[in-house]
Design a protein around this ligand. Structure first.
Ligand code: 16G
Length: 242
């Protein structure tokens, strides 16, 4: 009806406006990590907005990863994920440690022949078989990273063997990663990546390349990860030179 259209038109900008102002408050530190938000009803009263408006704005910020909702406890400003740059942990390890539910959406999962670049990274001979994964990594439904992984087919024989976590698949096979080499660099998400991550094009990210070795020197993974720049803090303990 006409009335409905009008009230919808008036409502839409209100929730977008609230969403934007909450986002600004988080970005400039007026609302700090871990802080609890007032309940929907209370916030609506405070700002003279309907509960539907408040709920929509909050749902948008939860989808963006800026707010988190905990069953029975309420809505909180999301805390950044602190990740060690010197420990050999997996995406799944890092997120489980925070009580979140890490998932993989496979955008690609295939068996193929190694490319020259992959052969160098994995120390493989030309013609060797490799398994390739391209995964969207989420935690509690929020996109946190895109990862391209190449594993020698001599390590994981069938692409479907990895269901969610690569390192869990390694563990099931009795494979124990011993060390890794990592490289990190700042990037901006391109249009395609941004679409997959539900971020604006050009959003800041961290590109991390990891080559993981077994004790005997074999390389078991070559992974290029694109982590959300606004969600992670990388930390490391540094030692002075002897
Ligand atoms: C992490 C690793 C990545 C590895 C993945 C396995 C970094 C920067 N990268 O994202 O190299 O492939 O974990 O995670 O830490 P999964 O066991 O959950 O699949």
């Amino acid at each position: 009806s006409e009335f409905r259209r009008q009230s919808d038109a008036r409502r839409a900008p209100a929730y977008q406006h609230l969403r934007r102002s909450l986002q600004h408050a988080i970005e400039n530190g007026e609302l700090t990590a871990g802080q609890a938000l007032p309940g929907e009803r209370e916030l609506g009263k405070l700002l003279d907005l309907s509960r539907v408006t408040v709920r929509k704005a909050i749902a948008g910020l939860v989808a963006d990863g800026l707010l988190v909702q905990r069953q029975g406890a309420g809505t909180f400003v999301a805390e950044r994920i602190v990740k060690s740059f010197s420990r050999l942990t997996s995406f799944t390890d890092d997120l489980r440690a925070r009580g979140l539910d890490p998932r993989s959406t496979f955008l690609e999962r295939s068996l193929g022949e190694v490319t020259p670049e992959e052969a160098m990274a994995l120390n493989l001979s030309p013609g060797a078989g490799v398994i390739r994964y391209y995964r969207l990594r989420t935690a509690d439904g929020v996109a946190l990273a895109l990862e391209r992984t190449v594993v020698p087919a001599s390590v994981i024989a069938h692409p479907d063997f990895v269901e969610n976590s690569l390192y869990e698949a390694f563990a099931k096979l009795g494979i124990r990663p011993a060390r890794a080499l990592q490289r990190l660099r700042a990037i901006a998400f391109d249009a395609e990546q941004a679409r997959l991550m539900n971020l604006p094009e050009g959003a800041p990210g961290l590109f991390i390349e990891r080559r993981t070795f077994l004790d005997d020197g074999r390389v078991v993974e070559f992974t290029r990860s694109f982590y959300r720049g606004d969600a992670y803090d990388f930390v490391a303990e540094l030692q002075s030179e002897p």
